[in-house]
Design a protein around this ligand. Structure first.
Ligand SMILES: NC(=O)C1=CN([C@@H]2O[C@H](COP(=O)(O)OP(=O)(O)OC[C@H]3O[C@@H](n4cnc5c(N)ncnc54)[C@H](O)[C@@H]3O)[C@@H](O)[C@H]2O)C=CC1
Ligand SMILES: O=P(O)(O)OC[C@H]1O[C@](O)(CO)[C@@H](O)[C@@H]1O
Length: 375
């Protein structure tokens, strides 16, 4: 049986990427630091993926096991040695921390086999696999670097499926939305995985997804948080928030249409479909999950700042994006370490300095001025 080694046995790992590998005939070895999840994977050997629909269809995901990357390093290295795919869904900030072990696995592997290995980071981040590759390369010896060509491939990807925080402590089962899209940029044929779509240029896909699904979601999350809404669907029930989401997605849409020559009617349909996905009340998706890690989300290449900067460059409107950024700066959820840090930074340095440091926006930039006004 072919093997996929997947770092991150969380919501996307179990509910999306691992599930697709299992359904494609792979054994999936999940690697995680969550000891209880790893133990359960090894004892139960299966779990259910439940669709957040009226019918609640369920699928059994089997041929799964787990390894703890803190206590089972050698086992992880051996698994990487046998894998066809090496994937992650762990959070972009964690990639540098798992790269040394991945590098160790790759070094041992290329000494022993010429079999091809495909590495794909499945994160909400543009070029996440390129970033991971850079972190891995920092830990590879020169001999391995020279041997990688034709043996280890790194492919960027875009992943889209809403998987909320699970409300079933102690269970491996995962509630997911029925919709999913996994797009991988590869210029050659790679081993088949059910549901994986191969494209030669990922840029339009990842930007369309990040600046529609993730921008729209972030607007709802931050305005919903300010409006004391608990979940995304509850926030969307507020007409003012719904109107603001539509206005913001018109701005990102204008940029995407301008940049990639998208058909405006088709893009509007894409926006409408996504807003309907957000309305799914079965997901109970907390605004605090969707707004999590605001410093990352306010990054220069992320879902709010990048489209605002690109819209400004193209002479397009960005005032609704500026409003969303201002709302993100008010996200003071105490259980989110980045939210706490962001509020401390704002208190200490003020909004313009924070926008410079976190988002790469100069103080005299027109976008900064608009954000400060909205804030
Ligand atoms: N949940 C969603 O709907 C979607 C999430 N994503 C992206 O997928 C990635 C994962 O997100 P989720 O699955 O929601 O998060 P999650 O928090 O459910 O899963 C992350 C997993 O990584 C593990 N982990 C953290 N640090 C680790 C370390 N140092 N070593 C090993 N394991 C470690 C955690 O224990 C957890 O099991 C993120 O980049 C997210 O942006 C992308 C699309 C949809
Ligand atoms: O996972 P992140 O990057 O923290 O952001 C949350 C976003 O990711 C998703 O979980 C999946 O695309 C969305 O639900 C949401 O837009």
């Amino acid at each position: 049986m072919k093997l996929a080694v997947h770092f991150g046995a969380g919501n996307i790992g179990r509910g999306f990427i691992g599930a697709l590998f299992s359904q494609s005939g792979y054994h999936v070895t999940f690697v995680d630091i969550a000891e209880q999840v790893i133990n359960q994977l090894n004892t139960e050997k299966r779990y259910q993926v439940k669709l957040a629909t009226d019918q609640q269809e369920t699928m059994t995901i089997d041929n799964v096991s787990g390894l703890n990357n803190l206590t089972q390093e050698q086992e992880v290295v051996e698994a990487i040695g046998k894998a066809t795919y090496l994937t992650t869904a762990i959070g972009p900030n964690i990639l540098p921390h798992i790269a040394p072990l991945m590098a160790k696995g790759i070094m041992e592997r290329v000494r022993k086999t010429d079999e091809k290995l495909y590495v794909i980071a499945c994160e909400n981040q543009i070029s996440a696999t390129d970033l991971l590759k850079g972190y891995i390369f920092d830990h590879l010896d020169e001999e391995t670097k020279e041997k990688l060509a034709g043996k280890v491939y790194f492919f960027n990807s875009a992943v889209d499926r809403i998987v909320p925080i699970q409300n079933n402590k102690g269970s491996l089962d995962v509630l997911v939305e029925a919709y999913y899209e996994w797009v991988v940029e590869a210029n050659e044929s790679i081993p088949h995985v059910e549901g994986m779509k191969i494209v030669s240029d990922l840029a339009p896909y990842i930007e369309r997804k990040l600046f529609t699904v993730n921008t729209g979601h972030a607007v709802i999350a931050y305005l919903g948080y300010l409006g004391k809404k608990e979940t995304i669907d509850q926030a969307l029930g507020d007409e003012a928030i719904l109107a603001q989401v539509r206005a913001t997605l018109s701005e990102t849409g204008a940029y995407l249409i301008h940049q990639y020559g998208l058909n405006p009617d088709e893009h509007q349909q894409y926006i409408d479909k996504i807003i309907n996905r957000f309305k799914n009340a079965h997901l109970h998706d907390a605004v605090t999950r969707v707004g999590r890690s605001p410093i990352r989300k306010l990054g220069p290449n992320d879902r709010l700042v990048k489209p605002a900067v690109e819209a400004a460059k193209a002479g397009l409107s960005y005032s609704n994006l500026a409003k969303a950024i201002a709302a993100a700066l008010h996200f003071d959820y105490q259980e989110d370490p980045e939210a706490v840090k962001l509020q401390e930074m704002i208190k200490e340095k003020g909004v313009p300095a924070v926008l410079q440091e976190v988002s790469g926006l100069e103080e005299n930039n027109e976008i900064t001025k608009e954000i400060v006004k909205q804030y």
